[in-house]
Design a protein around this ligand. Sequence first.
Ligand code: FMN
Length: 326
Amino acid sequence: MANTAVTYMGLQLANPIIVSSSSLTQDVDGVVKLADAGAGAVVLKSLFEEQIEYDTGQAADDVDFGSHPEAADYITEMGKHLGPAGYLDLIKEARDSVDIPVIASVNCTSPRWWLTYGRQIEQAGADGLELNIAIMPQVDDDPRDLERRYVRIVRDVRAETDLPLAVKIGPVFTNTGQMASALADAGADAIVLFNRFYQLDIDTARAQISPGVQFSASEEIAIPLRWVSLLANAIDCDIAASTGVHTGDDAVKMLLAGANAVQVCTTVYRNGPEQIARIVAEISHWMDAHDHAEIDGFRGALSQSQSKAPERYERLQYIKALTGRS
Ligand SMILES: Cc1cc2nc3c(=O)[nH]c(=O)nc-3n(C[C@H](O)[C@H](O)[C@H](O)COP(=O)(O)O)c2cc1C
């Protein structure tokens, strides 16, 4: 019988499937259901920086939740009854209710609140912290300034806590690999590749902006898969894959590419918590069929760093596929 245990940013997980930050993990009942269903760990719903600022009176009156679209979800769904103090209670209760690691999540664009709140997250018993850093660039922002802001947040948070620290980023940087590497050097123990931001759509019948599709499609696995395979063993921290992992086969791909853990969200919304056990069973069957007793026996086998043809990972366009000629 295959052993699916992994280590992720120093945490021991019975399997690599982590339920990612979402409304699935916004209350203790949800967390208990996911743990009972066999999740290796959970990341709690993000607490939004705007919410902390609001509660501590640091926010401007016209705080713009639009810059963090997921904040709207937080404020409408969870913020009604759960502020920063409630979030600490959620951490405590979740920690006391399940045996799997419970990772807190904060969505932030600056580190300034961290001194007061960060320690409390640690004291509440979180096993780790995921920083969901989402800065919407404005046209006149200098990209280097934005990148330095990401690094500064991680460095400042790292200075204030010894908790295992993951940083969840989006996929769009001029050099995503360099960004991930800089975040690892700033003290991140893991990078989550990638967040899937709130999507914008246009309702043509009403000629107005509308929310886009909330859930990922299977094809969306391609971008994180590429970056996991490029960055495994190339940056100085663990990697969790996120976006488009819907099946056990998808999870195996991410592990072969070099992920230490795999986050799932859409597939659990769609198929219920039972999907977690199905994914773990599929990983286990694949391991048995390929004679792997441990995940570390094959993890990263198809990463660029272990490839005999590393240049193949860097081709952005395949001549053969595009022209039909080799
Ligand atoms: C309803 C909903 C709420 C979410 N809220 C958060 C959040 O608070 N913090 C966060 O980091 N990600 C949030 N996400 C993003 C998910 O954690 C995940 O990164 C994304 O859905 C891609 O993974 P998937 O393809 O497995 O769904 C949310 C996603 C959904 C669908």
